[in-house]
Design a protein. Structure first.
Ligand SMILES: [Cu+2]
Length: 167
């Protein structure tokens, strides 16, 4: 009887998000009349969240604000349904005039090539797929221009809800 019981507990824990390297994915939908689409894959390894992106339909050879926003709702045509940036962590260091404070969801910018494709990964430690500062169910956003804390943020051109692959 005892071996059967141990196996049953192991399956239960995995189904509840205790896998060693949790993963998630967001499929980007274009917003504000853009043609931007893409896929973002998330992998948590210990304290580091790796965020791999492949985005197409961008302006060529440019930089774009890349953030996690506080609500997993990309439904509005301007993507403002996703709210502000996720979780303020300091009073300065943010990415736009509207969000001058530093936010856990402020990620490094992404850059497009001559074909308007951005591909690569960034890592983050202020957000995770674990219970603390979890980004599961939130939105990942691409803006039409670079981050500039002295200016209002640029329009939101692509948005996707971050969905755990375990479910
Ligand atoms: Cu943003």
């Amino acid at each position: 009887m005892k071996p059967t019981l141990i196996i049953a507990i192991g399956v239960f824990l995995t189904a509840n998000g205790y896998a060693k390297n949790p993963t998630a994915q967001a499929i980007l939908e274009s917003r504000n009349g853009s043609k931007t689409t893409g896929t973002i894959n998330f992998t948590q390894t210990n304290e580091i969240l790796k965020i791999e992106y492949k985005v197409a339909g961008l302006k060529a050879n440019s930089s774009f604000g890349f953030h996690i926003h506080e609500k997993g709702d990309c439904s509005s045509l301007d993507a403002k349904s996703a709210g502000s940036h996720f979780h303020k962590i300091a009073d300065v260091g943010g990415t736009s005039k509207e969000t001058p404070g530093a936010f856990a969801g402020d990620l490094p910018q992404i850059k497009s090539n001559e074909k308007g494709i951005a591909e690569g990964f960034v890592t983050a430690t202020q957000v995770s797929l674990n219970k603390i500062n979890s980004v599961e169910g939130l939105a990942i956003m691409i803006h039409s221009g670079p981050d500039d804390v002295t200016k209002p943020s640029t329009p939101r051109i692509a948005c996707g809800v971050i969905i755990s692959k375990l479910k």
